[in-house]
Write a protein that binds this ligand. Structure first.
Ligand code: NAD
Length: 293
């Protein structure tokens, strides 16, 4: 039997080819098994949603990357381009120079956020509400995409605020973000309040800034009273938001984590799906809807 030269100087003979095909077969089976496992997990999550009394969805930046908004920690994410130190609240308060830099960065990040549209994960979550299968969505995101997707205001808890509004740090007057961006576009470097002259800041929670009391309390309450808690697209490292899955689990809820990369809570979760939020949520919704036909 003629043998074929192998790149590494050995020979590539029929035995090697057989072995190669056996390995490919094993690999193929492995891939198939993984797909089956995934399908199984997706069906199981759908079943849990159907039978749950209160399902809470907890979202992070990974829920919006498929809408074109980069997350913080993935390669190419926000921390690759900016220094997190520049976003500290204390810096914003401390000097005019910091406020000017903050508004430059905030403006750059706001433009793609404003144009972004909900992706299949947001749409699936909105559909779960329409089907009566969603208690609430607790989001760390500031992009307003759950509103755009059609979830109702009372079912969205924005733990880290929203980039769609601006507030005066002194008198708390609220402004539409577009109105303030228009001022910046016309040359204002640092916007101040019309009423009291206090510094204006996007209505988001910066590092070092107090968490919003009402939203935080509500989020803890919903986490502790739900029977199914589904994390989507969060590295679960930002506190206190990341303690919500723990609260839910300790109070007896099933915990599902859907995230591209591993998280510190994977070990304690009942189901972990390392995959894209959009396709996973679309598939889960497909099975949930089958039950409703
Ligand atoms: P993070 O950047 O720490 O982690 C995002 C996680 O999402 C990563 O673990 C990554 O593996 C995963 N991910 C990325 N794309 C995904 C996809 N398509 N499908 C599934 N998983 C995906 O984000 P975080 O945990 O939310 O914490 C960062 C903080 O910054 C939060 O407050 C967050 O809301 C805020 N932030 C918000 C936005 C936004 O409003 N869209 C964007 C960036 C950061």
């Amino acid at each position: 039997m003629p043998s074929l030269p192998c790149k590494l100087g050995g020979t590539y003979d029929i035995e090697d080819q057989k072995k190669h095909h056996r390995e490919m077969g094993r690999l193929g089976n492995g891939v198939k098994k993984k797909e089956n496992d995934m399908e199984e997990k997706i069906r199981q999550v759908a079943q849990w949603i159907i039978h749950a009394k209160r399902t809470v969805i907890f979202g992070g930046a990974g829920l919006s990357t498929e809408s074109g908004i980069p997350d913080f920690r993935s390669p190419g994410g926000v921390w690759d381009r900016y220094d997190p130190e520049d976003f500290y609240f204390q810096k914003f308060i401390a000097s005019e120079a910091s406020r000017e830099k903050y508004w430059q960065m905030a403006t750059e990040m706001f433009e793609p956020m404003k144009k972004a549209q909900p992706n299949p994960a947001h749409l699936a979550i909105a559909e779960l509400e329409r089907l009566g299968k969603l208690d609430c969505v607790i989001t760390q995101n500031i992009d307003g995409l759950h509103h755009k997707a059609g979830n109702s205001e009372e079912r969205i808890i924005e733990l880290h605020g929203t980039a769609m509004h601006v507030t005066c740090l002194n008198c708390k007057k609220r402004y539409d973000r577009d109105e303030i961006q228009e001022r910046l576009r016309k040359g204002t470097k640092i916007p101040y309040c019309d009423d009291c002259g206090g510094p204006l800041k996007p209505a988001t929670i910066s590092f070092g800034q107090s968490m919003p009391e009402k939203e935080t309390q509500e989020a803890y309450h919903r986490s502790s009273t739900c029977d199914l808690f589904i994390v989507i697209g969060s590295s679960l490292v930002v506190q206190p938001a990341a303690s919500m899955p723990l609260v839910a689990k300790r109070n007896g809820a099933k915990l599902v984590i859907i995230n591209r990369d591993p998280t510190p809570y994977d070990e304690m979760a009942d189901i972990v799906i390392h995959s894209q939020a959009g396709s996973t949520m679309s598939n889960i919704l497909k099975y949930v809807k089958q039950e409703f036909r």
